[in-house]
Design a protein around this ligand. Structure first.
Ligand code: MG
Length: 362
């Protein structure tokens, strides 16, 4: 199967609520989509959101990376020589991890279709279904309590609460949510780099004393502050999850070796796709560190690629794949089934998502 063409397009989907974190506010998913066409006419699909505040990529940069650097490097290669194709993709340019992720998943979608097997089975087949959390945006406390109760009503029993905009308010905010949802809902806390190291220790200790029982605290400090993350991990009891600090397998190795965090958050848009993410999984398995799989603001197309990886590898014990639940429309057919908190993989070949709502490909 020779790679005949790689094209880009664009999709826009409205969100149910504006998405607010310590870093940004977003109202639509507006992403670049990629299709890889084989010489037999079969097509694989991928997607990349332009998450400039995290990966530095914009819509224009993703499209240019794919068209001007990645496509020329890969067109004409034999997809069945998958290791060589993936190495060439990663070598085509530095950084631009979301652009690479979109192409990586389109290649793997097409690879699975060519082999007539679902990707999650081809990559390890650990389980057919799993549970995802739902993100609660950072807002005035009454609104966060209302959104949390609404999420529980929709069937979510794990909430990921965004904080980090105003450290002093965060303890009250989180305790109000705990009080409203009760003890049976799991609470994950994501500060999105919003606290200093000392502030993190003081806030997390206060949360521990107040009885929040958070399952984990995600990225309390700045991504670049590796020593700060180590300091926080060493001084609190609640497990710390590294997100923005871990892009590559090398980053993951450093966090594991230096015990800078207890858990790793894998996102395809940071790793550069599933292929590099598999190396993080292998490292994590070796050293007994559990992983979460997350997503940016993405539609069901690219979140489905992450769902295949999650189902494939047992070391991914937590899923934060709520992109499809945050969108108010799902124009796609096929692929994994997202039913509120439960995600179930099918036996359709590849990633399996079809009918991409994009009329112009170039
Ligand atoms: Mg995060």
């Amino acid at each position: 199967m020779i790679i005949r063409d790689i094209q880009v397009g664009e999709i826009t989907l409205p969100l149910t609520h504006p998405f607010k974190t310590a870093l940004r506010t977003v109202e639509h998913v507006n992403d670049v989509v990629v299709r890889v066409i084989g010489d037999d006419g079969r097509t694989g699909y991928g997607e990349a959101p332009p998450t400039a505040v995290i990966t530095g990529e914009t819509k224009a940069s993703v499209a240019s990376a794919v068209k001007d650097f990645i496509a020329p490097a890969l067109i004409g290669m034999d997809l069945m020589d998958l290791d060589a194709v993936m190495a060439c993709l990663q070598r085509s340019m530095v950084h631009n991890t979301s652009a690479k992720a979109a192409v990586d998943m389109a290649l793997l979608d097409l690879w699975g279709k060519t082999l007539n097997a679902p990707l999650w089975r081809l990559l390890g087949g650990a389980r057919r279904s799993f549970e995802t959390d739902l993100t609660i945006s950072v807002n005035p406390v009454e609104e966060m309590v209302r959104d949390s109760l609404e999420a529980v009503e929709r069937g979510f029993s794990i909430l990921k609460i965004k904080v980090g905009k105003d450290g002093k308010q965060d303890v009250a905010r989180l305790m109000a949510i705990r009080k409203a949802v009760g003890a049976n809902v799991k609470i994950r806390v994501d500060a999105n780099q919003g606290w200093t190291p000392r502030e993190s220790v003081s806030i997390i200790s206060a949360l521990e004393d107040a009885g929040l029982e958070a399952e984990l605290i995600e990225q309390p400090v700045s991504a670049a502050d590796f020593e700060g993350m180590k300091y926080v991990t060493a001084h609190v009891n609640t497990p710390i999850l590294a997100d923005e600090s871990v892009f590559s397998p090398a980053d993951a190795a450093r966090v594991i070796q230096e015990r800078a965090a207890d858990l790793l958050n894998i996102k395809l848009m940071k790793t550069g796709g599933i292929w590099p993410a598999l190396r993080i999984c292998a490292l994590a398995e070796t050293f007994g560190v559990e992983c979460m799989i997350g997503c940016m603001l993405e539609s069901r197309l690219s979140v489905s690629a992450a769902a295949h990886l999650c189902a494939a590898r047992g070391v991914i014990t937590r899923a934060d794949l709520d992109g499809p639940s945050l969108c108010s429309e799902d124009p796609f057919t096929g692929g994994p089934i997202f039913d509120a908190a439960s995600v179930t993989l099918t036996d359709a070949p590849g990633i399996g998502v079809e009918d991409i709502p994009c009329s112009v490909w170039h």
